[in-house]
Design a protein around this ligand. Structure first.
Ligand SMILES: *Cc1c(COP(=O)(O)O)cnc(C)c1O
Length: 456
């Protein structure tokens, strides 16, 4: 072992006091959200019917580079942050690579993922606004769990619409949410108009994030003092997640190490944005250069095979439209085991950064992901979430490339969470029963055919 410690922790006082908003440093900004009724850029007051006021302000703010983290949020962060930056010495050794691999570990809290970073902020703003209830959707269950924790802390009632296949596959996640005081409904349900309509059109559907979002938005609109909160995709969520990248950058500067390659898995894009945007800011300002890689599942390849177009964020088409890399809002991905990556689109921010070639993207197949997850668990000790394991897969591939080329590059990836609730998936892999479903071009064409026609 050399002189870099296995784990680097910042002290509590080094916890960032502001989030970083990369949009302020982008010359060409992400495209504006459109109102689905008028197809015009959505105004703050229109958005405030759906989201909390302060979240709307952050959503639309393309110019302020640093936004202070409220003291109460920072205090909560102190229970589990700063998170460790780990040097993966044992993985490097197993690979026999000259590359230096680091990972930023976000799984050290009960929700088991980075999602708590935004959940606690959004719950805080909801409380400050005087709301009593919030609604949300959850795919694999990490966001619902994180928001339940945030709502318990600020004494808000949390209503979660959980994608049906996860609800059935992950009963323990459901009970964690209920323990934190949330109520959990499998989606599509019969409790909303849109849920009833989707159930009628697709009687055997196991649900999707797009459906669950529509249900949660509808439910919030029917309660007197509620708003809808979203765990990924939006600018505000990417902003809150920047705490990951700011800490990573501070820890690496402390070690005197500069990363060459930064890797994150990409579902809605928030953890990747969080990890990478402080580094992308340096790229944009001409201070430094890095390779940034987004990793998505081959079963839901929005960046690598999607269209860059305005599309609906939800199946029910009630949310604002967003310009993003998308597979079409009616695309329902196969029941892959990385539930947190099963979203038809990508955040407008990551989409625009990808379009400007500031980040690269690649897709990986499920069995290859679980091979990487297993190697990681056996060498580094931590059982990774399937979502996170997409980033592990590509970090390993990059480290093997370095080995072949004899290069000592420094690789950093986001280990977004732990996989204790994903043992059904690990079981399938261990039994050799996992398959790699990849949509055909014809499958994708169906989703593209229903993209709204908007030219701006
Ligand atoms: C939700 C989730 C993701 C993907 O969401 P992003 O918004 O793309 O970050 C990745 N990893 C874990 C553990 C998750 O829970």
């Amino acid at each position: 072992m050399n002189n870099v410690p296995y784990k680097t922790y910042l002290s509590e006082s080094e916890l960032p006091d502001a989030w970083y908003n990369v949009r302020a440093d982008m010359k060409k900004k992400p495209a504006p959200l459109l109102n689905p009724a008028t197809m015009k850029p959505v105004t703050a007051s229109e958005l405030e019917h759906v989201f909390c006021k302060e979240c709307v302000r952050q959503e639309l703010d393309d110019n302020t580079p640093y936004i202070p983290i409220p003291q109460k949020v920072r205090d909560f962060y102190k229970m589990y942050r700063p998170s460790p930056l780990v040097r993966a010495y044992f993985l490097e050794k197993a690979l026999g690579t000259p590359a230096k691999i680091y990972y930023k570990f976000e799984g050290n809290n009960t929700s088991g993922s980075h999602k708590l970073n935004s959940a606690i902020a959004q719950a805080y703003y909801a409380k400050e606004q005087g709301l009593t209830d919030v609604t949300t959707e959850t795919g694999a269950g990490q966001w619902g769990t994180a928001l339940s924790m945030g709502c318990a802390f600020f004494n808000l009632k949390c209503h979660v619409y959980m994608v049906k296949c996860s609800y059935e596959q992950k009963p323990f996640r459901r009970e964690v949410m209920r323990t934190y005081g949330a109520d959990v409904t499998p989606s599509p349900s019969m409790t909303t108009e849109i849920g009833r309509k989707i159930n009628e059109e697709h009687p055997n559907t196991t649900g999707s994030l797009g459906c669950a979002i529509s249900e949660a938005v509808e439910a919030a609109s029917k309660m007197p003092n509620a708003r809808y909160l979203l765990g990924s995709v939006l600018n505000q969520v990417c902003l809150h997640q920047s705490v990951i990248g700011l800490e990573t950058m501070a820890a690496m500067k402390k070690l005197g190490v500069k990363p060459d390659v930064i890797i994150g898995c990409a579902g809605g894009g928030s953890n990747l944005a969080g990890l990478a945007t402080p580094f992308i800011g340096e790229k944009l300002r001409g201070e430094n250069d890095y390779r940034i890689i987004a990793v998505e599942p081959a079963s839901c390849p929005s960046l690598t095979r999607g269209r860059y177009a305005y599309d609906f964020c939800d199946t029910g088409r009630v949310c604002p439209l967003q310009k993003m890399y998308t597979l079409g809002s009616n695309f329902i991905p196969s029941a892959s085991h990385a539930g947190g990556l099963r979203y038809h689109g990508m955040s407008a921010l990551i989409s625009e950064l990808y379009d400007q070639k500031l980040i690269e993207a690649t897709s990986v197949e499920q069995t290859k992901v679980f091979e990487a997850a297993t190697l990681f668990a056996r060498t580094e000790g931590t059982l990774p979430a399937p979502e996170s394991s997409h980033a592990i897969r590509v970090a390993i591939d990059e480290a093997l490339r370095c080995k072949a080329e004899g290069r000592e590059e420094t690789i950093v990836f986001g280990l977004t969470g732990t996989g204790y609730f994903d043992m059904v998936a690990y079981g399938k892999f261990n039994d050799g029963e996992m398959d790699d479903y990849i949509p055909t071009d014809a499958d994708l064409a169906e989703g593209f055919a229903r993209l709204p026609e908007i030219t701006c």
